[in-house]
Write a protein that binds this ligand. Structure first.
Ligand code: UDP
Length: 244
């Protein structure tokens, strides 16, 4: 992080990629993109391109990992070697292990785990292109993939980050802001239940800035939530039309 951050926002308050402080990158969502998965979704969030595939609820393999009283959610976040500028080894890195855990824990509160004992749901996230904020975009896509698999959910989970760049709190950091900015606060949120399922902070913020960042991230989540619901409807409206 950050000595060079003074050039990330110009005098008019415009960020390096042309956005205002409270402006999201463009988001495109598509559901049901992988016929071999029970459910799937594709997200383009700015320059991030991410696929999520969901399977289950199904019998757990290996069986000893099954829980007698609940469903087990397993998530694997993986970055393709070509997803970043400097080739990433295809082997799982510490960061990918952490993000897999973070994604799983942010999705679990949306599921009725106790209603599906001895079963498992698996979610595979493949980052095809990364540009900052991949954990958030992955959560948004993974929640859609689970919904598309027909797994009952209390709410969709949607994620967005906010952070501090050049002494300004901004929403939805892209790669340069993520790396050169002074703080990053990823938030995952269930808008209908008004519940946060992930809150992390990297860097330093005053209590006021932190509150502002969380509020901005939640506002961002609410906007993406509308697109998530639209993406689900788009798939199932088409199916309905074909059936009729
Ligand atoms: N990144 C990279 N190489 C790597 C891992 C990450 O270039 O091996 C970039 C990528 O663009 C990623 C960004 O660094 O989105 C920020 O990574 P971070 O760990 O903060 O997670 P993210 O913001 O993607 O959730």
């Amino acid at each position: 992080m950050n000595e060079k951050s003074d050039k990330l926002i110009d005098k008019k308050g415009i960020r390096g990629d042309g956005r205002k402080a409270d402006e999201l990158r463009s988001v495109k969502l598509q559901v049901g993109v992988l016929p071999n998965a029970d459910g799937s979704a594709y997200i383009e969030h700015g320059k991030n391109k991410i696929l999520a595939a969901a399977f289950g609820p199904r019998e757990m393999h290996p069986k000893h990992l099954a829980q007698a009283d609940r469903m087990v959610l397993r998530c694997r976040y993986h970055m393709a070697p070509f997803s970043v500028q400097e080739r990433k080894s295809p082997a799982p890195s510490r960061r990918e292990v952490e993000l897999s855990k973070v994604i799983k824990e942010s999705l679990e509160p949306a599921l009725f785990l106790e209603l599906y004992p001895r079963t498992g749901v698996d979610v595979f996230v493949e980052v095809l292109q990364a540009d900052g904020g991949t954990r958030c975009a992955s959560i948004t896509a993974a929640a859609l993939a689970i919904a598309d698999a027909g797994v009952p959910m209390k709410d969709l989970v949607v994620a967005c980050a906010a952070g501090k760049v050049d002494d300004t709190v901004v929403v939805d950091l892209y790669d340069a802001e993520d790396k050169l900015g002074s703080a990053d606060v990823p938030v995952a949120f269930m808008p209908n239940l008004n519940a946060i399922t992930l809150l992390q902070m990297d860097g330093i913020l005053s209590p006021d800035e932190f509150e502002q960042a969380v509020n901005m991230a939640m506002e961002g989540c609410k906007k993406i939530y509308v697109m998530q619901k639209e993406a689900l409807k788009t798939k199932y409206m088409v199916v309905k039309e074909i059936e009729e």
